[in-house]
Design a protein around this ligand. Structure first.
Ligand code: B4P
Length: 185
């Protein structure tokens, strides 16, 4: 059966980390809008030039740009047998912009829950280790505000499809929790 899974959660909750592991285990593509946008910035493409300053400020890239790259990605043949969406949709407008067939096909929404102190700690640690442009204290606070205002309403939007998973613990512990709830769903 094709699995179509969506990962929700605040910045630093472990979406990217867990989504990559789960997609690998399920042999489905891991579609991360954050990764696609960072690649565009690194490659200096027209898209990258348009989004660089927005991402560095911790704001959301325009819905039009993001929906277009996701639409293109979902049209690729490897996405026919399922996919894991990480970081998309980021607001209700993006959720509504996906066509009905895609929205109806999303079977499971995994919501990773982590408290704000731990989120800031993780992202500051990554800032020290990797130096991502949007991992600095001011931008991290902005990203958390944007999550609360724009993204958290998606939890109600997806209603019964949402499975809450405690995101505190080691990466392997969190992965085991996700695998368990998915096996039951
Ligand atoms: P994303 O790339 O989606 O970044 P993020 O929400 O900050 O989370 P990320 O996946 O990187 O971190 P994770 O929680 O895995 O977005 C970046 C930017 O792109 C956005 O701010 C926006 O500008 C733009 N963007 C992306 N999608 C968009 C969209 N749809 N619409 C508009 N704009 C969009 O991990 C964080 C850290 O925690 C890592 O260092 C990890 O190693 C660590 N960690 C993970 N699990 C842990 C654990 N269990 N214990 C301890 N540390 C852990």
């Amino acid at each position: 059966m094709a699995r179509r899974i969506l990962f929700l959660g605040p910045p630093g909750a472990g979406k990217g980390t867990q989504a990559a592991m789960l997609a690998n285990a399920l042999h489905i593509p891991h579609i991360s809008t954050g990764d696609m946008l960072r690649s565009a910035v690194d490659a200096g493409t027209d898209l990258g030039k348009k989004v660089e300053s927005v991402m560095a400020a911790g704001d959301l890239v325009s819905d039009e740009l993001v929906v277009a790259i996701v639409d293109d990605r979902l049209d690729q043949s490897d996405a026919r047998c399922g996919y894991l969406l990480d970081g998309f949709p980021r607001n209700i407008a993006q959720a509504q912009a996906l066509n009905d067939a895609v929205i109806n096909a999303i079977g499971t929404v995994v919501l990773l829950e982590v408290d704000a102190d731990e989120l800031v700690q993780r992202l500051m640690k990554r800032a020290a280790e990797q130096g991502r442009a949007d991992d600095n204290e001011q931008t991290i606070r902005r990203r958390l505000e944007v999550y609360e205002a724009e993204t958290s309403p998606l939890v109600d939007h997806y209603g019964d499809a949402v499975i809450r998973v405690d995101g505190i613990g080691s990466i392997d512990e969190v992965f085991s929790r996700i695998a368990l709830v998915l096996a039951r769903s």
